[in-house]
Design a protein around this ligand. Sequence first.
Ligand code: PEP
Ligand code: MG
Length: 755
Amino acid sequence: MESQDRGTRFFLKRLRETMALALKEESRLAKIVALISGHMVAEVCSIYLRRPGGEMELYATEGLNPKAVGRTVLAAGEGLIGAIARHAQPLILQDAQNHPAFSYRPETGEEIYKSFLGVPIIRMGHVLGVLSVQNRRRRAYSEDNVELMETAAMLMAELLAGRAFHSRAARAAPNEALHLKGASLARGLAMGEIVLHQPRIHIETLLAEDSDREHERLDAALYDLRAELDEMRSAPSLAEGGEERQILEAHRIFADDRSWQARLHEAIETGLSAEASVERVQENIRARFLHQSNPYLKERLHDLDDLANRLLRHLTGGGMKPESLPEEAILVARNMGPAELLDYDKDRLRGIALEEGSALAHATIVARSLGIPLIGRLPDLLTIAAAGSAAILDGDTGALYLNPDRHLRAAYREKRKIRARRLKAYRARARRASRTKDGAEIALLMNVGLLMDLPQLEETGAEGIGLVRTELQFMIHAAMPRLSAQVALYRQILAAAGENPVAFRTLDIGGDKILPYMRNLGIRRQRGENPALGWRAIRIALDKPVLLRYQLRALLQAAAGKALHILFPMIATVEEYHQARALLRKEETHAERHGLARPRSVSVGAMLEVPSLIWQLEALLPESDFLAIGTNDLLQFFFASDRGDPHVGERYDPLNRGFLAALRHIHRKAEAAGVPATVCGEMAANPLHALALIGIGFRKITLAPSAIGPVKEAIGLLDLRALQEEMPKIFDDPASSPREILEDFAKKHKIPTVS
Ligand code: PEP
Ligand code: MG
């Protein structure tokens, strides 16, 4: 046993050394497969790599026909190799040719090999390829054999990490220029260096000579982990029976789990360092959860990831913060939450490219508000984009250029200059009133998320702040901001707006807006299938009134002597609105009783985001000082299409006739009741959509700062009377769509519609 372990360690050391050889990739991989087949006493060892489209290409082999390399390409999911890649699980067969998934490829000459053992090459939950061995005779591969192959695959994953896939058939150069086309989600141009978003800790040392020392290190780290969890569990701030305590209890039980610990120690026996063992065992757990659609189990995986990360931190002394960025960084991730985005240094983050992503997801909104271009829907990007390579990201067209040549760079530098000139022209127009050609005033206000948005008030000439997404500022704090901190924050916003109005929306948390300290507040993270329909926004506020009252108290204090506008998010029934107002009244009474300075006036309104409210306007409007239509959520609930889902997030056109009719109905009701109605979703940020809103009758629009210039330009060229004449056609002409009619109109009147 002892000598077998020594043999394994020696093999892994040689494997590592071979990987580090300064050879061409083809020669290096040829040496690696030869080494593995020798150690495994297998006639064949092959490496298949996953192409961006999911096909598996035979990339290197010892034993199969060398001419098949680069020529044998299995379709996604095809054959034994495809099955391993799809399920991210090892496959062990003694009679491979008779397996139903076996796919016969005559060029490989593999029909004579009976036994087969294949393991996935996984990194960060992504299958990069498959490593397999084959034997001519029937052979029962042992658990040790599987372990060893998995360890070798883990080392291969490190070798392959972040490198672009270059088909052997195409024999592409390593720094080949690649043009990928995704969806434009936040406009703008960026040039910089690719950084892969890796919330997990980076492991420096994968192999260890002295396994006794690694066992000791692991035991010490496990001891520290348990002590840390015990300390956290006994914190007086933790509510008895509360969610956080329950999670910590679960972590504690798992940390004690003997089989987990045994698996960690076994992994060390294969020659890995303690930290690589943690990663390896976690990668196996992750692979088993890969195809889980049950959201509860997915959350459990999240918890297990948390625990593994904690253990890694004890082993490496590393932090959880994202890595520091180079001067000009283009961040690449599968997807991202708004809080993760805010963790990065905004001055260095030039662009974001996501495999998923959608136009109305909050990370996109945050990116837009920070002026960071973002593109999404780039499948397999994490496997294609190599960390450190140069890239150009065009948020206007959705293009991502990897390793661009100097001509492309020059062209983009030029494009950047033109864009800067256009922005300068918008700024020059900031002082001018927002008025149509025939003199109608259309007020353009600004949406604010973070304090860093405030200077844009001046630059854009916005006539106030139509929406403060207060939760964004909460999301970048590690703990709930105290009353004094909240007062200071709101004061700063009011001061920046001067005499112009500011509408503060009370906390809209839940869904994809997660506060790091939510559990401490007794707010469990939504684990249902549809978090956007779940416990969020006003629903949390009414169930946990302390949170809302605290915020209202801060707002009343901050606005002393000024006009205060308060918006309640996601109101679905008039009763909810009444309850929210009742809490505000309590706070007003509290302020009065304590003799605190009061705002000059307090105006209150609801966000109309849930269609149910459209049919309660008669009851709502008499009690409202104003109304704000949140088209982002309204669209998602109107069409039942998750705004954060890349498949359906933009499936429906905001210029859909039915949706415009709903907006017209809201406008008519508000006008009849004498209640000003503002439109505050992203819809208004598109000049063509803004024309539709103005045509319906809206005169107050609130937008992301970057959209004010283009929309103001469109308004300045608009003949409102001519547009109004077009409106009946928009609603009633079945021969053409509202979009076509508006596009024709814009063209005829030479109104630019680029946002
Ligand atoms: C909306 O839903 O349109 C809105 C403005 O709110 P948020 O995008 O923050 O959900
Ligand atoms: Mg909303």
